[in-house]
Ligand binder design. Sequence first.
Ligand code: GDP
Ligand code: IMO
Ligand code: MG
Length: 438
Amino acid sequence: MSNVIILGAQWGDEGKGKIVDLFSDRFDMVVRYQGGHNAGHTVRIGEKTFVLKLIPSGILRPGKRAVIGNGLVIDPAALLKEIDTLEAAGVDVRGQLTISNRAHVIFPFHRIMERLSEARPGKVSIGTTSRGIGPSYEDKVARRGIRIADLLDGDLFAPLFNGLAEDKATIAEAFGIHEPMDVEATRAAYEGFANRIRPMVRDTGRQINDAIRRGESVMFEGAQGTMLDIDHGTYPFVTSSSAAAGGACTGSGVPPTRIDGVIGVSKAYITRVGGGPFPTEARDAAGDEIRRIGNEFGAVTGRPRRCGWFDAPLLRYTAEVNGFDSIIVTKLDVLDHLAEIPVCVGYRSGGVEVTEMPATTKGIEAIEPVYKRVPGWLTPTSGIGAFEELPEKAKSYLKFLESKTGVEVGCVSTGPERNQTMVLPGSRLEQLLGNGRV
Ligand code: GDP
Ligand code: IMO
Ligand code: MG
């Protein structure tokens, strides 16, 4: 078995939760490496639906070890709520989960800071999830953040917290936000949170590397998607962490030499939540129809997702950034109703071919997608679990995506359930994840 990174190839919500849950039984450990409770990873198991935010989707497999790595920002109240929900559903979270002592902590004042940048007149709104993610990462990079290890140390925590809270109150006042912050009560609440999470906290970098040395296999679960990566995404309309494959190493403490493969998850079309440029957005009835059939509403905020057509140049870009060995195409069934499916095969701008992903919003907004219309299959694929059972035109659609992206399609998903998935025989993905029909 190998150590594999599975991450989003587009702007998030590609179906990572389903895929990670599905394949996690082939690994000994599942590790989240970045983000926070801005993520919403949906897993459907029979009648039950779980939406995982901070905890790796592997937790739903009994006995599987799940790790929250150092690259995350953790709101302890949100984490404990998620733990309680899972435990009420019978999951042995305390027995399976460990939390990095180097992850950073989100405080209520981070959400206030987020309002400063998101809701201030004249400022461009990113359309964030309002979870305090960005401001917590800002404190991390500014070297004034508070980490889980600090939270657990009775001597260190109070002075660090008081200092940071005072800074934030001063900034909020200066910008005209007169929101009372009960510093004493918040500190006491966080000391209470610390006692609850303490038994799960450890040096997870050491834990994962020890497991790898013993010959165990690790799956790294990305949150968000490559186009939301702080460096490689559509900056500034991105999240504040390294969602791309490189983040798996910095966000877990595992060296690049231990990674055997990288798998991208992509919808058969594309969506994005929040603001920012989106070359293949379908702002018409066809886009609305995909939203309705694909139930494209945010798992965390409930916001309608913007929908559009598969963007091959974008996927070529994310494949380059991540080094995809293979991609998993999800939600193929959502396209069943279409007689013709537009696929963006190239970018032009001002009549000239664009061969690089533009670095500015202005540059991406200027893109004129070049579409090729591929015949649809007009047959239900929902629930199909074997490639040979797919309609010929659906197979051709997948082959077309493969040829235009230059990346193998190693797995296809046709529904939210575990068995509504097929691994393509002989694929690199099959080699990386082990054989067998799912
Ligand atoms: P994630 O953030 O990447 O884990 O994705 P989300 O959970 O936010 O959104 C994906 C949604 O699509 C969830 O509601 C899944 O249950 C659902 N889903 C996943 N794969 C498929 C599929 O192949 N077909 C359909 N119809 N739904 C799917
Ligand atoms: P999963 O893991 C889709 C988007 C937000 C916003 C931008 C910044 O479920 O794929 P943030 O709160 O992170 O500062 O918001 O990033 N965003 C996501 N979009 N799926 C996600 O997670 C997202 N997490 C953040 O909508 O545009
Ligand atoms: Mg999601």
